[in-house]
Design a binder for this molecule. Sequence first.
Ligand code: AHM
Ligand code: MG
Length: 339
Amino acid sequence: MPSRSKVSLSRFLIEQQREHGHINADLRLLIEVVARACKRISIAVGKGALGGVLGSAGTENVQGETQKKLDVLSNEILLEANEWGGHLAALASEEMDDPHPIPNRYPKGEYLLVFDPLDGSSNIDVNISVGTIFSVLRCPEGVQDPAEAAFLQPGTQQVAAGYAVYGSSTVLVLTLGDGVHSFTLDREQGSFILTGSNLQIPADTSEFAINMSNLRHWEAPMKRYIEELLAGKTGPRGRDFNMRWVASMVADVHRILTRGGIFIYPRDLKDPSKPGKLRLMYEANPMAFIVEQAGGAATTGRERILALRPERLHQRVPVFLGSRHEVERVTAYHREADA
Ligand code: AHM
Ligand code: MG
């Protein structure tokens, strides 16, 4: 195909700004900068053992998880890329205890960027897909030096969200609140090319994604839902279901965006201080925004994720997202049990 017919991410964003008025120049710059950082992360991930980037960094993040070298490197790439452009008021990340201010030597912008620099860390060393997840919020008016409180906005306030999945190809998925679009990295040209517009998640599915090893710790409605799926054709659902679990949220969500499915990381009763594993601000919210924009649903099993009022930057929530009818069903089971 001649290159003239290809739509690059830059052209897509300029058209969003010029023709549809969906974004302003600062938000366009922000998305371009994040995409450029993802390209750099993709290169680092792709080098694997040759780049000396595998293995543990020997440090822990605020959640007490051991950081991998690539977690730290990806975080640095995103920080360095976003500090100086003048489009951000502050950044926050899974890998940093507190928000990162924009250094005084640079101008400040109106946006807040929150990210999980390298999601699916347990897959880095075994050559399985990992990714970057990000969410963009507006800095509340009048806030000069945004601290944690400035970030604690419900997911409905996101102005953009996306992820990059570093798989057999690198794909950037983006929503600006008007549908979901995907861009594949052309490694020779070094640019992201539009390869999917207005992606839609089918409302029905026969595929679920969950870490079954936690079954004994789940709540009753959760056990009921999965037992019904496992019962297959002769059970109450009257059909067989298939299971997939990559253990990289980006990869599992990307599959669901491509062919449907339900992704679940439920609350479990193992550790009552942790209501789920995934983090609201930089995992659940951006993914919920994308999934809803693609016609899917996203709840905590009880409430809509995007409506939650965040209490802490690193807060965890149960996550149920993907094909609408399955998410609605399992959410109804929880509500019934509560009632
Ligand atoms: P991470 O951000 O530290 O990589 O953790 C999040 C990941 C998700 O990508 C994935 O869905 C989940 O943790 C897998 O958890 P488990 O190892 O319990 O199956
Ligand atoms: Mg993560």
